[in-house]
Design a protein around this ligand. Structure first.
Ligand SMILES: N[C@@H](CCC(=O)N[C@@H](CS)C(=O)NCC(=O)O)C(=O)O
Length: 198
């Protein structure tokens, strides 16, 4: 498998999960502005959407969208327990959190990277984001991980996107800071961060 990534982007989540699962994979860095891979390929030919993460499978298929990639990877090694069994109620809960993370937190923080958006508009986005972060605080004040006591791919994804808050001086509640510490000390997370930030 090949994971197309940009350092510290959302592709860090599947990168972490590949390491959690100890699966063999190759990392290919993408220049997200030029849309060229480190090995000189036109990234738009690989993923016409033009964004990371993209996971190329051995059969040549390319899978995109963090939530789909993360579930695909978790299901390659169900014994690792990074996603509840497909078809179970718990799996639907995982999908609920993955979707919340993608649309509300990833999307909610993603707008702050856009220099074309005026600051007063960003202030409106921030007000909404703070409401979404409050949901996470409410949940993670009662349990260590999004699904309860068990770490899952949703936590890896949430960890990755919450890291961006600091870049935009959005202060995280101590509950979320504790979550970041908990996830951030996992060996797979430490290893993925070291590779992406040499
Ligand atoms: N809907 C996609 C969004 C992926 C995305 O936002 N990727 C960003 C990095 S975190 C990117 O590569 N942006 C470059 C671009 O859009 O040109 C997902 O959930 O995976």
């Amino acid at each position: 498998m090949k994971l197309y990534y940009a350092p510290n982007a959302c592709s860090l989540a599947p990168h972490i999960v590949l390491r959690e699962l100890a699966l063999p994979f190759e990392l290919v860095q993408v220049d997200n502005r030029a849309k060229i891979t480190a090995d000189g390929e036109d990234f738009l030919q690989i993923n016409p959407k033009g964004y990371v993460a993209a996971l190329q499978l051995e059969n040549g298929q390319v899978l995109t969208e963090a939530s789909a990639i993360l579930q695909y990877l978790a299901d390659l090694k169900p014994t690792a327990g990074l996603a509840p069994t497909n078809g179970s109620w718990e799996r639907v809960r995982l999908q609920e959190w993955l979707n919340f993370t993608a649309s509300e937190i990833h999307g909610g923080l993603g707008v702050f990277f856009n220099s074309a958006i005026p600051n007063d508009v960003k202030a409106l986005f921030k007000a909404t984001l703070l409401k979404r972060l409050a949901i996470l605080v409410h949940t993670l004040a009662r349990q260590d991980y999004l699904l309860g006591t068990r770490y899952s791919v949703a936590d890896a994804y949430l960890f990755v996107v919450l890291r961006w808050a600091a870049l935009h001086t959005i202060e995280l509640d101590p509950v979320l800071q504790a979550f970041m510490q908990r996830v951030g000390q996992r060996p797979a997370v430490v290893a993925a961060l070291a590779i992406e930030n040499p």
